[in-house]
Design a binder for this molecule. Sequence first.
Ligand SMILES: NC(=O)c1ccc[n+]([C@@H]2O[C@H](COP(=O)([O-])OP(=O)(O)OC[C@H]3O[C@@H](n4cnc5c(N)ncnc54)[C@H](OP(=O)(O)O)[C@@H]3O)[C@@H](O)[C@H]2O)c1
Length: 355
Amino acid sequence: MSAVLPLVRELPQRLALLGTGTVGTAFVHRYQALQSRGVALPRFSWLANSRTAFRCGGQPAQELAHANRAARVVPSLQPWAEAEGLQRGDVLVDATASDEVANWHEQWLARGVHVVTANKLGQGTHWARAQAIAESVEEGGARYGDSATVGAGLPLLSSLRALVAGGDHIHRVEGVLSGSLAWLFHHYDGQRPFSAWVGEALSAGYTEPDPRVDLSGEDVRRKLLILARASGIELRSEQVQVSSLVPDALAGLPLEQALAQLALLDAPIQAYWHQAQREGGCLRFIGGVDREGACVGLRVVAHDHPLAGGAQTDNRVAIHSDRYSIQPLLIQGPGAGAEVTAAALLDDVLSITRT
Ligand SMILES: NC(=O)c1ccc[n+]([C@@H]2O[C@H](COP(=O)([O-])OP(=O)(O)OC[C@H]3O[C@@H](n4cnc5c(N)ncnc54)[C@H](OP(=O)(O)O)[C@@H]3O)[C@@H](O)[C@H]2O)c1
């Protein structure tokens, strides 16, 4: 006998999705899976990428396929720029990595449109933009769902905010914040070239579309900024010291050429690996922030160090605070991948629509 599903309820709110790539596609699939289980969701009304925008007639997977078939032209106007028809109470999901889209977060929030984002550029870059977003949330009464931006939905931001709200004082937050770099340094054994592992991580969707964003430490810088700001630490982008893994010869190349020359990474990473062997430790790419400053880079840590553990794409974060002064609070779990990221986005959508 089949299980009795709860009645599908259509909420008055509407949902708009920006970005139809890896995460956007996983989002549409999860939306449909939840819908088929009878979960009450806002109506999927609109989706767009950098080339086109579609009104949805109840078949988001088909609209997604249309959007992804659209020709790549140089648009004179972003097709979504008007975000036409979005009203107070509607939900906009940002599954892009676009700075331009991040610039709109503040305006949508000010209009009372909830923003749920996997795009870190809203809160993870300029201090002024992060502040403007926070102020728009205050003034517009809409919510900002950002749990997909760090740890792909792990309870990192929510824990930090709960500690701060409970009067705790955060001293230091440090961790393995990049799922792709965690995966790379769990697998790299000094034998197979590092660049071959990078290619594999890219194909598996663990890295950003341009893996140099991960390897340069820029992605971790953004996550660290988001974590710091959630911890009440006023950290600015330029205050984070980042040690990039990308050699200069690779940094300036167009994406396609850079992907063909990833072997430039191999010798320096192998040298780091030999250093770790000599010191009896392992390599971990770590970002850390406290009231004195912040840094991001590759470190040799002992095998029993709190940040050495985990596996695959696990993020592992240690929170030191008044409450956790002797042993840090450790949070660990898968921190990369389209499915967990899409699930985090939908968690935020559901949390907004249920309140
Ligand atoms: N992949 C992961 O595992 C993961 C994990 C956590 C967070 N994230 C974050 O999720 C976001 C999306 O990642 P992804 O892997 O899905 O990237 P992706 O596959 O490259 O997809 C990006 C999408 O954004 C669209 N886009 C780019 N610029 C736009 C613009 N100006 N206006 C409207 N749409 C625009 C692209 O449009 P076109 O199709 O027209 O190019 C594409 O559909 C990123 O911010 C990333 O950091 C990803």
